[in-house]
Structure formats: structure tokens, C-alpha cells
Design a protein around this ligand. Structure first.
Ligand code: DGL
Length: 330
């Protein structure tokens, strides 16, 4: 999985909930953060460099756990001999299912908004989209300002989104994976709207591509216990909100939770799972319980292109698991 920082961790966390111990490599490209302020050529070159890294890692599939790379770089990449997934198509699928009035508000980075990729994909489903770039949300997530009562976050949300869904949209697509960490705050801003989380949606597609067999699972997938002190507590307790069953009763996670049966094959990932703004979201079985983070994440390796210690602190806090991070350069 690749993201500029902590955004893709929301996808990783969900993925490992369904495939505990899965052998994942998570790259936080913090040396290049924020992606949202970069142009398409730069982002595409960076994505190619990251894919070369993942090839050396012998990855069987790569997820751009990042709305910006999915919207801006993915369409320009040269073909690979392994699948490269993005978050855009699954998120658009879910938004198409969720909206009843056919209007969606897209929140994304500046680069994603400039690309027009989200509204184009939604328009292909007959859905009207308005976009708002939220460039300050990413640094807030990176620095731990994610709790809905955080004064800086509240002020930023109020300034960035002064009008809410005033044009009648009933669905808000969070087109940047960092924004998943802000779901509790955004839910307050858009009461009654369905929030579609691109990071969570993409996990369906990945699960379809990952075999359930033991080859993807690290043997004896339990980490040795770590001292309490290794677990930073500097960040507010927002991790609970990235799982629907622990969120505050709200239906924030899209058209449903992935399970083996409902998954679309990866090759069909861009086909709509239901008619645009016609179908109700399906009720799906509850998420399988894999509460023990040591079991969930111990197949994961974390690498970072920037300040590995800073990323380790942020990731450990959000995942509620003491993460060790190695430095890499691209
Ligand atoms: N989390 C990423 C996204 O989904 C990147 C944000 C950024 O670095 O600007 O767009």
C-alpha cells in the first residue's frame, strides 16, 4: 500500500481486519507529502518509482491507498505484470449506490480536484458532483488533530466547508484517504449525509485480489508483547471511528462491509455494483472480529521516505499498535 502519510493506514487497518497477519508493505512517502500540492507529471513519476520499489519487494498487488494518486497518476501509468488498484473507482461505486437524489459532494485534495477525475467518474453514472479542495486537512491528520472536538480541526472544518451540503447533495465522498481519520468531525458537519470513505471502499477490491490462503499470511502471526511505553498516547482516540461497528451508530462506511461473497472481482472494480442513485445500500453481515492488533498487523512492514520516527509515532497512535518503521529512499 502506498500513501503520502497516514491516510492509507485506514485502508491497511481494514484490510488486516479481514486478513489478519496478511503480508503487507505500507509505504508512507512523507518525503513527498503533501501529494495534493503536486502536479500530475511529478506524481506519476513518483508513483512509478514507488511501483519499482514494490516490484523489488515482490508484491503481488499494489493499492494506491491515496485518492490523489488514484485520480491523478493511476490513469497515466504504464502497464505492470501485477495489479495496481486505486481508491477512486470503488469510492465512486459506493457513492453511486448511496445517493438517492443523484448529487454528491466530493472532498479531496487540490490535485484531485484539479484533475476532475471524481466528477467525471460520477457523471458517467448520471450523478452530479460538486468538489471542494481541503488542503489543510492532511497536515492536521499528520499532526494528530483528528478528534472532533479539537479546536484547530473545528475551526479548519468550519472555514473550509462553510456551507455544508447546501446544494442538496445527500452523499459526501471523502476522496482523500486522510479524511477517513476525520469522519467523526465531518459527520457533525454533514448530519444526515452518507459519508463515503475511499480508503474503506478500496479494501473490497483488494480483498478480492488477495487469496485467502495461507501464502499471504505470515506464519505464527503473533507479535511478541511490547512494553506499554512503546505505545504513544499523544493522539486522540479516533481509531475506533474507522470501523463501522464501533463508530457512533452512523452508517459511514459506504455500500457495505466487505465479505468474501459480496466482493467484486478486481477486474470488475469499475463496474457499478448497483444502478446509480436507485438502489438502497445493502445490509451486509458484521465485520469479522479480529480485535487483537498484534495478530492483525504483525504481517505488516512499514517503510517511510521521510522522518521514519515521526511516522512511527503517528502510525502507532492511529493504529493502536506500536509500529516499527524503516527508512527507504525512492
Ligand atoms: N492521502 C492522500 C489522498 O488520498 C494524499 C494526501 C496528500 O498528501 O496531499 O489524496
Amino acid at each position: 500500500l502506498l500513501d503520502s502519510g497516514v491516510g492509507g493506514l485506514a485502508a491497511l487497518s481494514r484490510l488486516c481486519r479481514y486478513r489478519p497477519g496478511a503480508a503487507c508493505v505500507y509505504m508512507a512517502d512523507t518525503a513527498f507529502l503533501p501529494y495534493g500540492a503536486k502536479d500530475a507529471v511529478t506524481l506519476t513519476k513518483r508513483a512509478e518509482a514507488a511501483l519499482a520499489f514494490f516490484r523489488r519487494e515482490k508484491a503481488s498487488a499494489v493499492l494506491f491507498a491515496c485518492g490523489t494518486l488514484s485520480a491523478v497518476a493511476l490513469p497515466h501509468l504504464s502497464p505492470r505484470d501485477f495489479p495496481v488498484f486505486g481508491v477512486l473507482a470503488p469510492a465512486v461505486d459506493a457513492a453511486a449506490c448511496a445517493t438517492e437524489c443523484g448529487r454528491v459532494l466530493v472532498l479531496a485534495t487540490e490535485a484531485s480536484v484539479a484533475s476532475g477525475s471524481y466528477p467525471r467518474a460520477l457523471a458517467a453514472r448520471g450523478i452530479r458532483a460538486r468538489q471542494i479542495a481541503c488542503p489543510l486537512f492532511v497536515p492536521l491528520c499528520e499532526s494528530g488533530h483528528t478528534a472532533p472536538d479539537d479546536p484547530l480541526l473545528r475551526e479548519t472544518v468550519a472555514q473550509t466547508l462553510p456551507q455544508g451540503c447546501e446544494d442538496g447533495a445527500d452523499t459526501v465522498l471523502l476522496g482523500c484517504t486522510h479524511y477517513t481519520w476525520l469522519v467523526p468531525a465531518l459527520q457533525r458537519r454533514f448530519p444526515g449525509a452518507a459519508l463515503i470513505d475511499a480508503a474503506g471502499e478500496a479494501v473490497r477490491v483488494c480483498l478480492a485480489a488477495l487469496p485467502e490462503t495461507a501464502e499471504n499470511i505470515s506464519p505464527g502471526a503473533v507479535c511478541p508483547p511490547l512494553p506499554e511505553a512503546a505505545f504513544p498516547t499523544a493522539y486522540p482516540d479516533t481509531a475506533a471511528h474507522i470501523f463501522p461497528e464501533t463508530a457512533s451508530g452512523a452508517e459511514i462506511f459506504s455500500a457495505g462491509q466487505p465479505s468474501g461473497k459480496e466482493l467484486l472481482p478486481a477486474t470488475q472494480a469499475t463496474q457499478p455494483p448497483c444502478a446509480p442513485h436507485a438502489a438502497k445500500r445493502p445490509t451486509l453481515p458484521p465485520t469479522p472480529e479480529t480485535e487483537d492488533p498484534a495478530r492483525r498487523f504483525c504481517g505488516c512492514r512499514f517503510v517511510c521516505t521521510g522522518d521514519a520516527a515521526a511516522f512511527a509515532r503517528a502510525a502507532s497512535s492511529l493504529l493502536k499498535f506500536p509500529v516499527r518503521v524503516s527508512s527507504v529512499s525512492l
